[in-house]
Design a protein. Sequence first.
Length: 401
Amino acid sequence: MGDAYIYDAVRTPRGKGRSSGSLYTVRPVELLATALRALRDRNGLDTTQVDDVVAGCVTQTADQGGCIARYAALTAGYDLDCAGLTLNRFCGSGLEAINHAGAMVASGYADLIVAGGVESMSRVKMGSDGGAVWDPAVQWQIGSVPQGVSADLLAMLFGITREQVDAFALRSQQRATAAREAGHFARSIVPVRDDNGHLLLDHDELIRPDTTAEGLAALKPAFEMLGKTFGMDELTRREYPQVESIDHIHHAGNSSGIVDGAAAVLVGSREKGRELGLTPRARIRGVGISGEEPMLMLTGPIPSTRKALKKASMSISDVDLIEVNEAFAAVPLAFMQEYDLDPERVNVDGGAIAMGHPLGATGAVLLSTVLGALERRDLTTGLVTLCIGGGMGIATIIERV
């Protein structure tokens, strides 16, 4: 097995995922094509050398149906020989695309792949693709509840309080605001323009610099009615009888925001990079994917990280910076508790609570975030990990070169 190198990583800004958001008028195929063009143009990339474009996309219907990876590559003007693959591992899709690319390159089956993801949550509503995840009969059989209820259950099991999740949310907003103002995302963000070249968005739109602890404390729990009125809390007792009553603590202010966004990462072999005159920024050290009990479902980053560390022959103390997707505040808090981590190593530029979670793209967005942070701080190793619906987790370790 050879190594897989990361040559570059770009992303669009994240726009508010509703009709008033700045990216609502942008078709998702064009949103992904924007990232693909930027990756090509700033690297002088000859796309005849690209074996495949692999994109994560969760809600693959309507505007996002029909193998959006292939059509985005064509829309971006990539060579006709460049194939396309669209995959869905729920919230881990963008990182799964990168891991797939890395595996293909390391095995020698491919030399150069563009990987990433896209999700236009304003135009294609989450869950509109249907399927077993929304089927009550299936959910009752396997034992599963809405993720917000799972997040509140997770907090109970780890002893995480409302005050802690709100404090984490406030810190996410503060860090994201500071990072945006300091230009920390400047290298990775590419602006989105309309067909006439007019700028639509060049910054993450969801950040709320005016967030306060008092404002967060005033928000009502979002999943209490689902849990108590519709019986979801009772269903959790099948697996967790020790939890007599769930204290619902998550709300819109301490959960990930709904946004539109896309990202693209160039993954290739060392030999192909030399041939094309590309300079690698990092290499993939280890990856991990895990399944877990689907009722709780949100602890997946813990075992997937353990697997990735084992593959890389590393311990968590060897990792300089960590990105844990902020699906809900309890997720990174539980992860930090499990691994006894200094918060100063985790999500140093804020996360999805402040900037949003474009489902199919987030994993690739987080990789660009941790890579940029490592470079700014002259550090070496980074970890990206996400919880995944259905009871899964994914993790990737990168090392600067």
